[in-house]
Design a protein around this ligand. Structure first.
Ligand code: IVH
Length: 669
């Protein structure tokens, strides 16, 4: 393929991928299988590596993240990002509308919209390409978070249709409830503190230094305003419609996310509809926004010092109900963490019946000054289980005692501990407390850990109750006969379980390490430790300093890893698992070295003795890193035949060592 063919193919592939991304993420439609989509993306990635001079900044391959930002640059907004005046009172909306009728000339059309509960963003597009995305900051200047915003699939990197040459579009980035709940479930799994609500999580995520993490967290964005000097549009509603044509995810009339009305009745109707319906949305809103549609009317109404006169936000009161606290259950988790849960007299909240609420920890109970039998206020947040936000002390029976946190484990009676600086109480009886033992086994067999087919929580319960499996090592001693003797297990399931356990012996070391359930060692940490130390033996003897030296491993994780291995029971368990045949070291590829450690390579062009992928594999197996485009951080370019002259020029102007295929092979002779 020559240069111009490659450029054409890159453009064609990018357009096709953009089309599928838009269909999938914005229109919720899909006309291609995941497999075929991945093939297209892979094809584009390969071409961009081969012809980096055509790997544009707006390529859909940039969505995966991976770039690290040290510091976000401050950018002054071209148009200040104002806030909205807001109210909780319908009266004030009526007054606002009456005022406008007097101030504005002619009939007024209003646009009603949702007030998304996220973070405001301003994104500038030049000649149809995403140039820069900036947070609101103090309204006058914000932070350049372009790299992270580019990972959000619903924000187009390039536009279609008839768009203005230079404009800014503003909207709200938020975290859908499903993503939020999934993220918290994962954090719970690896014992990390949970996020409080989707809004703060979206805001924190947008400012993360590693864009790969942002890409994984599935943020989303609705756009609500177009700003530009050469406005070709008459009103706000039309501008949103147009933005939809250019490829943005915008609110639609058909689901009433946006609505044009001409009277206060229309406004009230919209408010009442969403006050009821908001609980059924897949994301959080905190109210609705009402805007004057026509731009020239907007202009003549103007601004106060802080906000436009032509718009107002009506905020919903957070729905809160009162109910009776019947009792408190203390649950023991897999890691021994004790979570108090309030059992409530069943009550309706946001369209669902609520009978339990989370109390998080003992501090929370103290803060609420909870007494037995109290009448409590309950609210719904982004969490599935609602929370108690206050107590109606007027209804308290003066003789009812204060709620005391338990001192002993409700399951095994061991005295609980609370480490300095931590909010949670723990049962320290890690090895013999039943829910901890069962929890460890369930974690071990889980999909992301050993992925043992045929085994689930129920079977674990049964095996535990019958005394057949008390630790994860016991799984490897189970026999077919023991299983079929149990009343609920038929021959076929027993076979499944036994073969699932057998297959688990081939699960790679990093997943075995994660499966052990060491506190704070989630999937990512396990991968990092495995890659760095290569064998369990090396991790076992690593000092705190050596552990901390690994990328992203801090004191907390290091101490937890050392604690785990200093325990005799854990050592014994690992010995049993080693004899059972599990993988406790990274399988080195044949001929692997660390000769190229820390060096980055761009492989480009066509080669004689090897394919490009083979050369890249050699680089990785020897500790090097393959990158897609030449920059000042590249150490070597491996130049095959047909490598573009522009690229060669760039490499030599940056002083990068250029190796031919033969020179590269000689490195290993
Ligand atoms: S319009 C000049 N429309 O609410 C007013 N804002 O207090 C520009 N927000 O910072 C904002 N949904 O983050 C507008 N449909 C919507 C909105 C919305 C959420 C947020 C936005 C803004 C804040 C205003």
């Amino acid at each position: 393929m020559n240069n111009s063919e490659a450029q054409e193919e890159i453009l064609k592939l990018s357009e096709e991928i953009n089309k599928h991304n838009h269909l999938y993420y914005v229109e919720n439609k899909s006309i291609i299988s995941d497999y075929d989509f991945d093939l297209l993306l892979k094809k584009l990635q390969d071409l961009e590596i081969q012809f980096p001079e055509f790997a544009f900044d707006y390529s859909p391959t940039k969505r995966v993240g991976g770039d690290i930002t040290k510091k976000f640059e401050t950018v002054v907004h071209r148009f200040p990002m104002l806030s909205l005046s807001n109210t909780y009172s319908e009266e004030e909306i009526i007054e606002w509308e009456n005022r406008l009728k007097k101030l504005a000339e002619g009939e007024i059309e209003y646009v009603c919209e949702l007030k998304y509960d996220g973070v405001a963003i301003g994104i500038r597009y030049k000649n149809g390409f995403l140039l820069r995305a900036v947070t609101r900051g103090d309204g006058n200047q914000g932070e350049d978070v372009t790299i992270n915003v580019k990972t959000i699939k619903t924000i187009p990197l390039s536009l279609k249709g008839n768009f203005p040459a230079d404009f800014e579009i503003r909207g709200e980035i938020f975290m859908p409830l499903e993503s939020f709940q999934k993220l918290n479930a994962e954090r719970e799994e690896s014992d990390e503190p949970l996020f409080a609500n989707p809004r703060n999580t979206a805001s924190g995520t947008l400012k993360m230094k590693d864009s790969k993490i942002v890409a994984d967290r599935s943020l989303d964005c609705y756009l609500y305003g177009v700003y530009g000097n050469d406005s070709i549009i008459e009103g706000h509603f039309e501008s949103v419609e147009k933005a939809g044509e250019w490829g943005f995810k915008v609110p639609l009339v058909k689901n009433r996310f946006i609505e044009k009305v001409t009277s206060i009745d229309g406004i009230m109707n919209y408010i009442h509809f969403w006050d009821k319906e908001r609980n059924n949305l897949p994301f959080e809103i905190d109210g609705v926004v009402i805007k004057v549609n026509n731009y020239s009317q907007q202009k003549s109404l103007g601004f106060t010092s802080k906000s436009p006169r032509w718009a107002i936000a009506y905020k919903f009161k957070t729905e809160r109900v009162e109910t009776k606290l019947e009792s408190i259950t203390f649950q023991v988790g897999r890691t021994g963490a004790i979570t108090p849960v309030a059992n409530l007299l069943t009550v309706q909240l946001g369209g669902t019946s609520v009978k339990r609420a989370s109390l998080h920890n003992s501090d929370q109970i103290e803060k609420l000054n909870l007494h037995e039998g109290d009448f409590v206020y309950v609210e719904k947040g982004g969490e599935i289980i609602p929370k108690i936000v206050g107590v109606n002390t007027e209804k308290r029976n003066q003789s009812s005692p204060i709620v005391k946190f338990i001192e002993n484990c409700p399951e095994c009676n061991t005295a609980l501990v609370r480490k300095e600086g931590e909010v949670q109480h723990y049962c320290p009886n890690e090895l013999f407390c039943p829910p901890q033992m069962k929890g460890k086994i369930e974690h071990f067999i889980g999909r992301k850990a050993m992925n043992i087919d045929g085994l689930g929580a129920e079977t674990v319960d049964l095996l535990y109750a019958k005394g057949l499996v008390k630790t994860i090592a016991d799984l490897y001693e189970l026999t077919f006969h023991q299983l079929v003797e149990l009343e609920r297990i038929a021959d076929k399931s027993a076979n499944n379980i036994i073969s699932g356990i057998e297959v688990s012996k081939t699960v790679p070391f990093e997943r075995v390490l994660f499966a052990l359930g060491i506190r704070f060692v989630g999937e990512t940490v396990a991968k990092k430790l495995a890659k760095h130390f290569k064998t369990i033996e090396n991790i076992k003897v690593a000092s705190i300093e050596e552990l901390i030296n690994v990328d992203e491993i801090g004191d907390k994780i290091a101490i937890s890893v050392q604690n785990y291995f200093s325990n005799n029971e854990s050592r014994l368990l690992i010995e049993k698992l080693i004899s059972a045949g599990l993988q406790f070291e990274i399988k080195e590829k044949e001929g692997a070295t660390n000769k190229l450690d820390g060096k980055s390579f761009v492989v480009s062009g066509v080669f004689n003795s090897f394919s490009r992928d083979e050369i890249k594999e050699v680089i990785e197996n020897n500790g090097g890193k393959n990158v897609s485009s030449i920059s000042s951080k590249t150490d070597y370019v491996i130049a095959g035949e047909n490598m573009g002259p522009a690229k060669l020029k760039k490499a030599s102007s940056l002083g990068i060592t250029i190796l031919t295929e033969d020179e590269f092979i000689q490195l290993f002779n």
